[in-house]
Design a protein around this ligand. Sequence first.
Ligand SMILES: Cc1cc2nc3c(=O)[nH]c(=O)nc-3n(C[C@H](O)[C@H](O)[C@H](O)COP(=O)(O)O)c2cc1C
Length: 220
Amino acid sequence: MRTSLFTFIIILCLGGIFALNLDAQDQKIISLPAPQTDGGVPLMKALKNRQTSREFNDRKLPDQVMSNLLWAAWGVNRSDAKKRTAPSAMNKQEIDVYVSTAEGVFIYDAFKNNLIQVSNEDVREKTGLQDFVKTAPVNLVFVADFSKMGTSADPDKEKYAYADAAYISENVYLFCASEKLSTGVRANIDKEKCAKALRLKPEQHVILGQAVGYPKEKTK
Ligand SMILES: Cc1cc2nc3c(=O)[nH]c(=O)nc-3n(C[C@H](O)[C@H](O)[C@H](O)COP(=O)(O)O)c2cc1C
């Protein structure tokens, strides 16, 4: 009896240590190179080339491109005022950009210019209902944290969150047009499944997804 109790306690402790290790691993932080903020094609050319694509090469984006992409999307462009490349209703800055890749799920920390790993699972297929989400190397998910949006009613929070996410999405479109990357925004998401895969808290809501990658080579 005493032996089996001892064994049980050992199993519990090992389980606890294993869980702690997993948590620590999940919290890995990846520093991004400083974004290159002075390049790109003229704005009018980027607007001319902006378009939705649904075909992607599975080639990984280099860290520098990832940093530039995320800065364009929702980076800090006025650090003194803690303000960003996209506008935000009442400056609540409630949107977090989640980055889903083959390596796992990350949150973009714009102020520290790094990626915080929240999962080491490849959950790309859960970030949308169309086939291309499985193969696009990056699926961004714009997540609104309603707890950062004060006391207004949820429908109002949702309207502002959609508008705020749409500005970020358009920044991504223009960056991709400038860099000859493919991209497509998506509302077609099973939001419950996606929220689970991203390990969201109840106050966090999936708003839109957006796939990014190199264009698929044309086959003759
Ligand atoms: C709010 C919003 C949601 C969208 N959702 C999807 C989607 O779930 N799947 C998809 O393939 N395209 C989606 N799109 C892309 C549109 O289909 C696309 O913008 C439209 O066909 C016009 O094409 P263009 O972006 O190349 O001009 C969405 C666009 C917006 C603005």
